[in-house]
Design a protein around this ligand. Structure first.
Ligand SMILES: *Cc1c(COP(=O)(O)O)cnc(C)c1O
Length: 320
């Protein structure tokens, strides 16, 4: 495809997108297909010769669309809201053209600096303390991660590193693997499955703390579990607090949990993937009380701020 064809095909694509979104209400939200339905419709082997764009594009409507769950449909009420917007789509088009690989400042200065400024905006919008923002008085700041699941894993691995370091400074003769084998992470029984996944990848024991009648984890229940584990010779090191559980949007008692974490030297992560964006409204910030004592928080503009998937804002603050 050359520049001239891209000009034409690009405009066709914009027209297709506009019609798709304008008529999305008429499509069945959840596809009526069986697992494996794409097999046999698309060749098993990669084509030797490139196919004409018209043929490829026809496959979108004929093969792909019948198997799409239409998250943008006004009739979609499953899971949680995950809505995109036209500015978000235009931005994606431009970033694909620039194809910027922003892994360091030098690899793309504008991209790196804009990420820092916009994660500061997001942090300020939900009322995070200064330590979670990029500025000269803070060691912390925000970074865009692909998903909240990834942020949970990064947070767990960070807490693990900090704790291993601290214990090996205290007991230089004890091998790291021995300390590692005693690490325990905590979350409520309402936490997202990604917490369990992070613990599996991070090779640490995960203990579920029983939530109360409001499906909320309390500081006192957490402290009980931590004390029990310390008595067994284990090393509690990390807690995931959920603000807005995926199942029923319940909120853990952040204030109580953050106090326990501070007292017990545990890394406190807040998973606010679902409801974090709602803290833009000051009236909902009562659930954020205690945030000044946590280490990291992640929330998803891709869920409630009309930004296409994937986009998670992860802000690191105090860190142990
Ligand atoms: C949606 C959700 C997640 C997972 O989000 P991803 O960005 O898809 O990884 C994690 N935790 C909670 C509470 C969620 O609602």
């Amino acid at each position: 495809m050359d520049t001239e064809e891209f000009r034409i095909r690009g405009k066709e694509m914009v027209d297709y997108i506009c019609s798709y979104l304008d008529t999305i209400r008429n499509r069945r939200v959840f596809p009526g297909v069986e697992p494996g339905f794409v097999h046999g419709k698309v060749p098993d082997n990669p084509p030797i010769e490139g196919e004409p764009w018209d043929d490829i594009f026809a496959d979108v409507e004929n093969i792909i669309m019948p198997g799409v769950t239409h998250w943008q449909s006004p009739r979609m009420h499953a899971y949680y809201p995950a809505l995109t917007s036209y500015p978000s789509m235009l931005a994606e088009m431009l970033t694909n053209a620039i194809n910027c690989l922003g892994f360091t400042w030098a690899s793309s200065p504008a991209c790196t600096e804009l990420e820092m400024i916009v994660t500061n905006w997001l942090g300020k919008m939900i009322g995070l303390p200064n330590e979670f923002l990029h500025n000269k008085d803070s060691n912390g700041g925000g970074v865009i991660q692909t998903t909240a699941s990834e942020s949970t894993l990064i947070s767990l691995l960070s807490g693990r590193s900090v704790t291993l370091q601290r214990y090996s400074n205290l007991q230089p003769d004890v091998p790291l693997f021995e300390i590692h084998s005693k690490l325990v992470a905590y979350c409520s029984d309402q936490a997202h499955s990604s917490v369990e996944k992070a613990a599996l990848i991070g090779l640490v024991t995960l203990r579920y703390v029983e939530s109360d009648a409001e499906y909320s984890m309390s500081g006192s229940k957490l402290l009980e579990a931590v004390k029990e584990d310390r008595e067994k010779g284990l090393i509690p090191f990390w807690v995931c607090t959920t603000l807005g559980t995926t199942g029923c949007c319940s909120f853990d008692d952040l204030q109580g949990i953050a106090n326990v974490c501070q007292q017990e030297q545990l890394w406190c992560h807040v998973d606010a993937a679902y409801a974090g964006c709602s803290f833009i409204c000051p009236e909902f910030r009562k659930w954020l009380k205690g945030v000044d004592k946590i280490d990291s928080i992640a929330f998803n503009p891709s869920k409630w701020l009309m930004v296409h998937f994937d986009c998670t804002a992860m802000c690191i603050g105090r860190y142990l």
